[in-house]
Design a binder for this molecule. Structure first.
Ligand code: NAD
Ligand code: USQ
Length: 408
């Protein structure tokens, strides 16, 4: 793999698409703190979905204007902001790219909840339209701009599926041997076959094909980060001022498993383990997420490289083990609830993450950060929790009469 060693210390102009979100906001601050010139593009759709679901972040996130002026006050650095729907407003988006002349685009701007994507056909269509058009527009705009931009995209571990028959999931590519008709054996690398578990995860599988195609056809430089479930809330930068606080989703659609369990323990709600809790998943702390983006930017592919794929995860855990760990730490009760999803009840998961470790990532483990997260965040804001929003109600399969559209 070729790396641009000479770009390690250069400050860059970086567009962060989806920079108001859970991963995008702390990443924007982190990159700005490193001295990069950061501009956020976000259509605030995530905040609108909170309104639609009548749910909100456990932490009191501030409006974008307050966030940006607080950051300038605290750090002396300005972050720019454009409210653009990158899936729909192509001309506006392209114009911003031409005006800003970015070296790097970090792309977080997709609908990222699996349960939300499975709620109804309206949600499935929204997720596919939004995510596929967003990614395709980013790639087209990179070509139309004529600029040499490095794209860093946030993908998901979920593109692989979670069952690997004991082998370690490689970083994106699988070595295979094929036998020609003449009996000759040929080695080649293929994209690891995808096996998505929701419409949301399927859009990330499709993103991979878009990347492979535009990389081959147009020589675009692309890094795709296959990220595990992010846990934690704040980073070094978001802790600098209460107005910079990061989002903490706990509701049945957007709350991810470990943060939900931490919140449930803090508010005295039984920990909601789906089924037997035998699902094994990959995890990463939010502080490591922002560090990984930094490393991905520093280690850009050069022209001629194929799409660079990193597994952005640091640990794997079984859901029931996480529930038991939090129960032991806090005394919370564990409840086994019916699983609303269609997924394997039990699975093993082994994942390679050598690339980030070789670039200097020093992972934060659950043992170090968990209790602090319960007391410093979940307990502090427990009074803001709406208990009615905790149950996961989005089911993967519906009792639906043929030809009758689902009620939205
Ligand atoms: P999020 O929903 O908090 O943030 C996404 C942001 O993108 C939101 O602010 C939203 O308003 C914006 N956005 C969505 N569609 C847009 C559009 N068409 N135009 C402009 N802005 C748009 O999600 P997140 O948790 O920060 O996740 C960010 C990315 O990381 C996603 O692509 C997700 O798939 C990936 N990821 C997240 C996790 C996780 O655990 N949170 C794990 C693995 C991968
Ligand atoms: N689960 C429970 N109880 C809960 C919530 C979830 O047992 O209260 C279980 C689920 O059934 C599932 C597992 O925990 O088996 C993970 O669920 P999740 O909601 O934490 O994660 P997921 O739906 O996969 O999605 C999240 C992010 C998504 C990202 C993905 C990374 O929302 O954006 O892509 O994690 S990964 O899982 O590695 O594919």
């Amino acid at each position: 793999m070729n790396l641009e060693a000479n770009n390690l210390t250069t400050n860059k102009k970086i567009l962060v698409l989806g920079g108001d979100g859970f991963c995008g906001w702390p990443t924007s601050l982190h990159l700005s703190n490193l001295g990069h010139d950061v501009v956020i593009i976000d259509n605030l759709s995530r905040r609108n979905i909170d309104n639609e679901l009548e749910a909100s972040s456990l932490t009191p996130i501030q409006p974008m204007g307050t966030r940006l002026s607080a950051w300038e006050e605290v750090s002396g650095n300005r972050i720019g902001f454009h409210n653009i729907n990158i899936a729909q407003d192509y001309e506006l988006f392209l114009q911003v790219i031409m005006d800003e002349q970015p070296d790097v685009i970090v792309h977080f701007a997709e609908q990222r909840s699996a349960p939300y994507s499975m709620k109804s056909s309206k949600n499935k269509r929204y997720t596919v339209n939004n995510n596929m058009n967003a990614t395709n527009n980013v790639l087209c705009a990179m070509i139309d701009s004529g600029l040499d931009i490095h794209l860093v995209h946030l993908g998901t571990m979920g593109v692989y599926g979670y069952g690997t028959a004991g082998m370690k999931i490689p970083e994106g590519y699988l070595d295979v041997e094929v036998k020609t008709e003449e009996g000759e054996r040929i080695q080649q690398q293929i994209l690891y076959p995808t096996n998505p578990g929701s419409v949301y995860h399927m859009t990330k599988s499709q993103d991979q094909l878009l990347f492979q195609y535009y990389n081959k056809n147009d020589g675009l430089r692309i890094t795709d980060l296959h990220q595990g479930i992010v846990w934690g809330t704040n980073t070094k930068e978001t802790k600098m001022d209460e107005r910079l606080i990061n989002r903490f989703d706990y509701d049945g659609d957007y709350g991810t498993v470990l943060n939900r369990f931490l919140m449930q323990a803090a508010v005295g709600h039984p920990i909601t383990v789906h089924g037997t809790g035998g699902q094994t998943r990959a995890f990463i702390n939010i502080q490591d997420t922002v560090r990984c983006i930094e490393l991905a930017i520093e280690n850009a592919p050069i022209h001629g490289d194929k799409v660079m794929i990193f597994n952005q995860m640091t640990e794997t855990h079984r859901v029931r083990d996480l529930a038991n760990l939090i129960s032991k730490l806090t005394g919370a009760e564990v409840a086994n609830v019916d699983n609303p999803r269609k997924e394997a009840a039990e699975n093993e998961l082994h994942v390679k993450n050598d690339l980030f470790l070789s670039k200097g990532l020093k992972p934060i483990t659950l043992d170090e950060g968990l209790l602090q997260e319960v007391t410093k965040v979940a307990e502090k804001y427990a009074h803001r929790a709406d208990h009615a929003k905790i149950p996961a109600t989005s089911t993967w399969t519906k009792e639906q009469k043929p030809g009758v559209p689902e009620q939205v």
